[in-house]
Design a protein around this ligand. Structure first.
Ligand code: ADP
Ligand code: MG
Length: 250
């Protein structure tokens, strides 16, 4: 589905990514793990075209992603969440999801959303999708709430919903469980499972909560200092000596 080959990227003298190669297969939930500063978010920022790598290639199906602009990535079928939640704080949950939806169908989503330039049929379809996602992620009761008034855990779920509304084939999740309490992590696990099973979305997920990773991931890749240290099943990667050393910092 997506093929990342030999990507490197430095910030000043700091090599954030140093020849990273891996691919994501359709239908899998691939976990990207590694200590802080390993380069995990940078990989996401390369895929979503926020950062340009100094070397390497990223192909999504037959498309060379590095030739595209950031705003064209959503239309291709790739959606993401952020390590720090990024939502329209002063808008309602429903409005945020409608914006998320239009990211898929228009390169100029703001015009479509705010000036209603879309067709009636397109608008009905968008509303249907948003209702489906509100149901799937148990958000109906919060639909009219202003995002900034919601507790952190709920905002995390709204951000997930916003990304799902774009109808991605590939969903990039940057630490979906960070900051959640154990009960909220359990809910998140169910929602991610539903997204995968009911919507058939392929997931690439950065996550530190190894309980969640073990439960959801079909495969795991460990990064440290901008390099792939190990890949395989979650158990194999957790048992890897190099991975353990990277976490201990020895
Ligand atoms: P992770 O998500 O695995 O914790 P990051 O991908 O955020 O790690 O960061 C990898 C390295 O790149 C770190 O050393 C970080 O400080 C550096 N880095 C990431 N983004 C930037 C940036 N915009 N400017 C400068 N350095 C950055
Ligand atoms: Mg990160």
């Amino acid at each position: 589905m997506i093929d990342i080959r030999d990507i490197s990227l430095s910030f000043g003298g700091n090599k954030a990514l140093d020849g990273v190669t891996f691919s994501v297969e359709p239908g899998e939930t691939l976990a990207l793990i590694g200590p802080n500063g390993a380069g995990k978010s940078t990989v996401f920022n390369v895929i979503s075209r926020f950062y340009r790598p100094s070397a390497g290639s990223v192909t999504f199906g037959d498309t060379d992603i590095l030739k595209l602009q950031a705003h064209q990535i959503a239309a291709l079928g790739i959606a993401r969440t952020f390590q720090n939640i990024e939502l329209f704080e002063n808008a309602t949950v429903l409005q945020n999801l409608l914006v998320g939806r239009s990211a898929r169908t228009s390169s100029n989503w703001a015009r479509e959303f705010f000036f209603a330039g879309s067709t009636r049929a397109g608008e009905r379809q968008a509303r249907r999708k948003v209702e489906e996602v509100l149901d799937l992620l148990d958000l109906q009761h919060l639909r009219s709430e202003i995002v900034r008034d919601l507790p952190y855990g709920a905002r995390k779920n709204v951000e997930l919903a916003r990304a799902v509304c774009a109808e991605p084939t590939l969903l990039l999740l940057d630490e979906p469980a960070s900051g959640l309490n154990p009960e909220e992590v359990a809910d998140m696990a169910f929602w991610l499972q539903d997204i995968r099973e009911e919507l058939g979305i392929t997931i690439l997920m950065v996550e530190h909560n190894m309980g969640l990773v073990a439960r959801l991931a079909t495969r795991c890749i460990a990064l440290a200092s901008g390099r792939v240290l190990a890949h395989g099943s979650v158990a194999e990667v957790q048992a890897d000596r190099e991975v353990q050393k990277a976490y201990l910092g020895t």
